[in-house]
Design a protein around this ligand. Structure first.
Ligand SMILES: [Cu+2]
Length: 112
């Protein structure tokens, strides 16, 4: 994990704690799993709260990415059976694609 990623993660946790202390969020962070199979994101749509994590796992032989259309987040290249976990942030609501196969589409929706 790079220093930047570490910082983002620490800030996300700090924000989640701040929201919790204000009573704005009552749920514990959830890890959502998206499998990439046969050139599809499964499930295609993830509904998450800031502070939750999403793990993408590539089950295909071909390499894939999960890359937000607005450029806010990116898993980087996932080779076969590789996974990447990212912490969901407030500005994450976005469609996303695989950079190698732009016909592959997914979506992150914020719960609130
Ligand atoms: Cu792909």
């Amino acid at each position: 994990m790079s220093l930047g990623e570490r910082l983002v993660r620490v800030m996300a946790v700090a924000m989640a704690l701040a929201f919790n202390s204000l009573g704005l969020a009552n749920a514990s962070p959830v890890n959502h799993v998206v499998e990439i199979r046969s050139f599809k994101f499964v499930p295609e749509t993830v509904t998450a709260n800031p502070g939750d994590t999403i793990t993408w796992i590539n089950r295909d032989i071909a390499p894939h990415t999960a890359s937000s259309n607005d450029g806010n987040w990116d898993t980087g290249v996932l080779v076969q059976n590789a996974s990447k976990t990212l912490v969901v942030e407030q500005q994450w609501a976005s469609d996303y694609i695989c950079q190698f196969h732009p016909a592959m589409k997914g979506k992150v929706v914020l719960a609130d």
